[in-house]
Design a protein around this ligand. Structure first.
Ligand SMILES: CCCCCCCCCCCCCC(=O)OC[C@@H](O)COP(=O)(O)OC[C@@H](O)CO
Length: 339
């Protein structure tokens, strides 16, 4: 059984407890990201952008491990306007990967992700340690249809999922990630369905952090698991989940924490303890199997021509959007933060 990140109808307000710490989300996007609308006849170049995760802090260190962040760039050849679009965590990667265990032994997740759009493409930022590659040219009309999809995707795909979970290397996937890379892959798939032809000589690889597990055991939704009046079995699961995430609460610097995380993951495996995965607001028990975890950096080919969307083919995911105007409003993410 393959599990994908669920679609929602309303983005919940982020809890004021949650804090990006390092840098705030989408710092260079305007408070209300303006989703550009191009003239239908404009020529638009599409660029694949990659750079090491946390390059701003560690330069190319994570790039050497192929831990890469992905985005898309757009150049309007008629107006000269350029834009960058990237999807990532509202409160950084660790907050999306491990829950906070609060003083009252409750669990707090800060795991929303969202799209950030801002004018300009910082060529050097992407090209110095990563990729800035033109992959297609399209029209303003196709771009405008794509940006409708971006608005829909941003309203429904809300939670960042760090882990890919498989039964074995190159085996079946239990849980798909929902991260910067999967946003780019979804976005390029959408462009393909809108009829965009890609330069197939460009080969793009994407980072995944894989866990390997036997058949996952479903424990219940977070509400069911942490229901104070739940049965003894459920209460035991809640207690085990709190104990599990307590291992990952260190406030150490990232470089020390990463080592601690890897040590903790190996300890979990050596003691044959379960890994408690949080996915689609539910908990799953994973019995990790060798090789436990593995970083992969594999190609996802650019869409091939021919898979064009027609009304008949639209899936539930692509139901026609309401026309709420063309603004992505960051305030939606941080209701409590902006007046
Ligand atoms: C964390 C637990 C296990 C450690 C293993 C680490 C591997 C993680 C692999 C996931 C790849 C993450 C790709 C992604 O979604 O990146 C998004 C974001 O983290 C990138 O942040 P950034 O600060 O480098 O870039 C954002 C910047 O471009 C904003 O303008």
């Amino acid at each position: 059984m393959l599990y994908n990140s669920r679609r929602y109808t309303v983005r919940p307000q982020s809890n004021p407890f949650c804090n990006a710490g390092v840098i705030s989300f989408c710092p260079t996007g305007e408070p209300d990201n303006i989703m550009p609308e191009f003239n239908p006849g404009d020529a638009i170049e599409i660029y694949a952008l990659k750079k090491p995760v946390w390059q701003f802090k560690f330069g190319d260190v994570l790039g050497k491990l192929n831990i890469m962040h992905d985005a898309l760039g757009f150049k309007n050849l008629n107006t000269g306007m350029n834009y960058t679009m990237e999807w990532y965590e509202l409160f950084q990667l660790m907050n999306c990967t491990f829950a906070h265990v609060l003083k009252n032994e409750s669990i707090q997740w800060c795991n929303q992700g969202a799209v950030c759009i801002y004018p300009g493409i910082k060529d050097r930022l992407w090209s110095e340690n990563g990729t800035l590659a033109k992959i297609a040219t399209t029209t303003g009309s196709v771009f405008n249809s794509f940006s409708d999809w971006v608005l829909w995707d941003n309203r429904t795909g809300l939670f960042y999922e760090t882990w890919t979970v498989k039964d074995k290397p190159d085996g079946n996937t239990w849980f798909q990630p929902f991260d910067c890379a999967s946003w780019v892959i979804r976005a390029l798939d959408k462009f393909g369905r809108l009829g965009v032809s890609f330069n197939q000589s460009v080969h793009l690889n994407y980072t995944k952090i894989n866990l390997y597990s036997d058949q996952p055991e479903y424990l219940g939704t977070s509400a069911e698991v942490f229901d104070k009046s739940a049965n003894k079995t459920m209460q035991a699961s809640a207690s085990n989940i709190v104990k599990f995430y307590s291992k990952f609460q260190s406030q150490k610097k990232w470089e020390d924490l990463a080592i601690e995380i890897i040590e903790d993951l190996y300890e979990i495996f050596e003691k044959n303890e379960p890994f408690y995965l949080y996915y689609n607001d539910a908990y799953w028990l994973l019995n990790l199997t060798s090789p436990i975890a593995k970083l992969t950096y594999e190609e996802s080919p650019l869409p091939k021509p021919g898979r064009i969307d027609t009304i008949a083919k639209l899936t539930y995911e692509e139901s026609p959007l309401p026309k709420p105007g063309r603004r992505i409003d960051n305030k939606l993410y941080f209701e409590n933060r902006f007046p």
